[in-house]
Design a protein around this ligand. Sequence first.
Ligand SMILES: Cc1cc2nc3c(=O)[nH]c(=O)nc-3n(C[C@H](O)[C@H](O)[C@H](O)COP(=O)(O)OP(=O)(O)OC[C@H]3O[C@@H](n4cnc5c(N)ncnc54)[C@H](O)[C@@H]3O)c2cc1C
Ligand SMILES: C[S@@+](CC[C@H](N)C(=O)[O-])C[C@H]1O[C@@H](n2cnc3c(N)ncnc32)[C@H](O)[C@@H]1O
Length: 639
Amino acid sequence: MYERIEPAALEYAEDGTPFSHQFGDVYHTQHGALGQSRHVFLEGNQLPHRWQRKPRFVILETGFGIGLNFLATWAAWRDDPKRCDRLHFISIEKHPFRADDLATLHQRWPEFASLSTRLRAQWPALTPGIHRLWLDDGRVALTLVFGDAATALGKLDARVDAFYLDGFSPARNPDLWSARLCHQLAALAAPVATLATWSVSREVRQHLEYARFRIDKVRGFTGKSEMLRGHIAGTPEQNTTIPAREAVIVGAGLAGTSLAHRLVKRGWSVQLIDAADGPGQGASGNLAGVLRPLPSLDDNRLARLTRAGTLAGIRHLNALGAAGHAVRWSPSGVLHLARDPIHEARQREVVDRQQPPADYLRYVDPAEASALADWPLASGGWWFPGSGWVQPPSLCAANIAAAGAALTVRYGVSVADLARVGDAWQLRDARGDLIAETTCVILANGADIRRLDVARTLPVRSARGQVSHVPATDDSAPKVVVCRLGYVSPAIDGVRSAGATFLVDDDDPALRESEHTDNLAKLDFILPGFSATLDNATMDGRVGFRPASPDRLPMVGAIAAPGNYPADASLKRVLREPGLYAISGFGARGLVWSAIVAETLASQLDGDPLPLERDLVDAIDPGRFVLRRARRDRVPSDG
Ligand SMILES: Cc1cc2nc3c(=O)[nH]c(=O)nc-3n(C[C@H](O)[C@H](O)[C@H](O)COP(=O)(O)OP(=O)(O)OC[C@H]3O[C@@H](n4cnc5c(N)ncnc54)[C@H](O)[C@@H]3O)c2cc1C
Ligand SMILES: C[S@@+](CC[C@H](N)C(=O)[O-])C[C@H]1O[C@@H](n2cnc3c(N)ncnc32)[C@H](O)[C@@H]1O
């Protein structure tokens, strides 16, 4: 079910303190809110001391609110010469403020003006789920979880070093202090995790103690009141093995370059190998592709993943641009027209029921759709104002450029075989010559992953696709992407991309007139009358081979070893090829998946909190297919 996010309203109590009508409580004390943040949450968790000289430190807060605790923590981290290399701040918020309201609220703390500006520049759409913002040149990750903590906490995958418990008063906001929630926090605690809160409520203390936290009452802010400080009882910190932080990635398309970028930004040294003579020459070689989500009434996994992927993709494109590695793309807006009246009614119902933020998605009727497309249209549909088109090879090139010197790229090198020798993988070419030897290999070689025996548990198919290049002047309509079974891009450098065909297990790379005919028929379905003057016999285009996945979800994570799995086995029980990972199965949505799944896999490899909910991480786990096979094999055939 879609969890609609109702934004917080900007309201004040009589004394001018920000106030929540949903909870009937103020966001902070009238005087010294910042002093309280520092005393209760930072000092209460012995920060900055505890993060000093660490490679990573993870904080989790219940209730982002105004973001004052975050700003105070970020500022303290910046001011600390011994700060940890990477600071993760995860914060769960059921009613986030809009960016404009945060700007108004933050005016009270002029010392944070510049941090607030940077935070608000990336402030996400108020849609449910996880939104990760990278700040301070990729050294501070703010992972905002929009939704009810009661459901969101259980879906997080993180090892938390310090908890900030900052709900409204337990009497007015009992959900955020419940016994169940305290157990969920404990389940996320790293071995020596601490916690701090201003509340000393007896119930809260009990809930925390039952959940394995050891609690002390200590002097509160201003010395007048008390607060709680605690730590998780039990296992002492273990010496966790630090990975070698070296990897070889095979394939320099959207999948491989996106992952290379995210690993290098975490301090890994990466070799990126591709058989072609440059990046983005396989399926990722088109002139333009569409980046947009696919909502559903029940907000199913595909809907949640495409939402997370689109929003993360747009943030990544903006971040590359801000770092001086501009990608050829445009948030032109995407109009997804209904294919028939029943579909249109469903599209409308999704918007009516979910009421997504209008800057993310709204329903437009045929008249408004026609105005947006600047073309007469008989059906309405979904309008995604912030979505758009991207030129994939320019994104691949920008990922590589932004990764910098820690990334070695080798073109014209084709991997024919991988073999496990001792603790390492040896990659060899068709002559048997050694290409590379490493403990960590990630296969990002698109539809060609089928040719590598080590990846035989992945049911990737190759899906031929032809896109047609329609000559067009840059000022011609439409200037937005329009989809309706197929898609057509705006004119980009004199060409509109229209497509695409989808033919499974057809390996012919030649352009076909018949597929131009199909594309022009789709184009006419999208924009009635548009194809009348176009000649498919002289049309140019491009053919690519998508790495298709049977369930339309990507395959990202450790590759499963073949085996006879019991029909009721879970993903945890699936044996994995040691040090061998896949980022594959992107199908027709490479632009949608690349940023979010690359960040997910890089986080898994490096031990960071994951940027996706656990059930979504499971949904893209390459191990799911061996389990499906085991379940299928169990069912007796009745002929
Ligand atoms: C016609 C068409 C239209 C599309 N439209 C859209 C769209 O509108 N929106 C969208 O989001 N997605 C779209 N897609 C899908 C998207 O382009 C793909 O999902 C994506 O490009 C796949 O990226 P990849 O990195 O997995 O594979 P690829 O881009 O194919 O990259 C794989 C790389 O691996 C290299 N390689 C392969 N084997 C080896 C080996 N053995 N050794 C070394 N290197 C090797 C190849 O040279 C290649 O560079 C479209 C695809 C097609 C074909
Ligand atoms: C006291 S305020 C937090 C102040 C904030 N930490 C700051 O530094 O500005 C409490 C916050 O908890 C949020 N909240 C309340 N119940 C929640 C729930 N069940 N799940 C997630 N957030 C919740 C409220 O919307 C509110 O923003």
